[in-house]
Design a protein around this ligand. Sequence first.
Ligand SMILES: Cc1cc2nc3c(=O)[nH]c(=O)nc-3n(C[C@H](O)[C@H](O)[C@H](O)COP(=O)(O)OP(=O)(O)OC[C@H]3O[C@@H](n4cnc5c(N)ncnc54)[C@H](O)[C@@H]3O)c2cc1C
Ligand code: FES
Length: 294
Amino acid sequence: MSHPYYTDDKEDKLITEEAVREGENIFLPKPARILQVQPMARTEKQFRLAFTDGTSIAHQPGQIVEASLFGFGEIPLGIASSPTREGYFDLVIRKAGRVSTALWNLNEGDTMYIRGPLGTGFPVEEFKGHNVLIVAGGIGLCPTRSMIEYIEDRREEFGRFVLFFGARSPKDQLFLDDLARWRDGSEWIEYHETVDQGSPDWKGNVGVITTLFAQTSISEDYRVIICGPPIMYKFVIKELQKLAVPDSHIYVDLERRMKCGVGKCGHCQINGLYVCTDGPVFNYARIKNLEEAF
Ligand SMILES: Cc1cc2nc3c(=O)[nH]c(=O)nc-3n(C[C@H](O)[C@H](O)[C@H](O)COP(=O)(O)OP(=O)(O)OC[C@H]3O[C@@H](n4cnc5c(N)ncnc54)[C@H](O)[C@@H]3O)c2cc1C
Ligand code: FES
C-alpha cells in the first residue's frame, strides 16, 4: 500500500491477506479461559488467559487482540505479556463503557473470546544490540510490558535498558508487583517513575513524565518506544530531539477507535493509514508529517 507520507521498506503486508492465504477466518474469535484475575488500580484489572484449544497466541511484543463477549461486543486491547512467557497471555482491562465493563466483570474460570494477534509489534530485531528507552504513560504501560518482559528474558541481547513510567497519581499505578521489582535496583533495568499528583505517603518524583529525563543520561544512539496519552507524545519527542535521538530511532504506539482490527471497516484510519494493520506501532520518522497522527 503506498501512502504520500508513509513508506515502508518492507513488502507491505495486511494481516488480512496473510490470514486469508492460510485459510484462517480472521473474523472468528477463539475462546480463551481466564486463569487468573488480579485487580490493579481503581478501574483496571489484569487477566491471565490461555486458549481452550491449547494453542499459543504466538504474538510479537506490541501486538493487540480484539476481545469480545457475545451480546456485548468487541474491543481492541494490547497484549501485556511477552511471548517468552509461555502457556498464557495477559490483558489489562480498564472499565470504560459497555464492552470493557462486561469483560472487566468476568471471573477466574470464565471464557473470553479473542481474535489475534493483530497489527504490528515493536521492532524487536532492530532493537537488539542497542540501548533501549521505553516511555510509558498510564495504561500505555500495558502494551510496553510485553517488551519489558521480553528484554528481561533475553537480557544479553540488548544494551542498557531504561524505563520511564508516569501515572496520574500513586493510586493509578499499574502492575504494582512489577514496579516493586523494578525499583529494587535490579541490574537488568534502570527504572524511573513519576506521578502528576502526589499523596501524603508518596516519596517519589512529582511532575510530568519529561521531568524524568533529568534523572539519567540518554544519548542519541538509543532506540525508543513511546506509549501513552496523546498529549505526551509531542513533549517526549521534543526532549528526545534535544538529545539528538534521530526520528528514525523513535517508535510510537498509537491508539485510535477500532472496530474490525483487520483493515476492513476503516474506523481506525489516519489520513488513509490504518492503525490496526499499518500500526499500532509506527516509526516516528515515517508518520511525523501525517496530519492528525499527533
Ligand atoms: C490499539 C489499542 C490498544 C488498546 N489497549 C487497551 C488495553 O490494553 N487496555 C484497555 O483497557 N484499553 C485499551 N484500549 C482502549 C479500549 O479499546 C477502549 O477502552 C474500549 O474500546 C472502550 O469500549 P467500551 O465499549 O467499553 O466503551 P465505550 O462505551 O465505547 O466508551 C467508553 C469511554 O471510553 C472511551 N473510549 C472508547 N474507545 C476508546 C479508545 N480506543 N481509546 C481511548 N478511549 C476510548 C470513550 O470515549 C468513552 O469515554 C486500547 C485501544 C486501542 C485502539
Ligand atoms: S479497525 Fe477496521 S480498518 Fe482498522
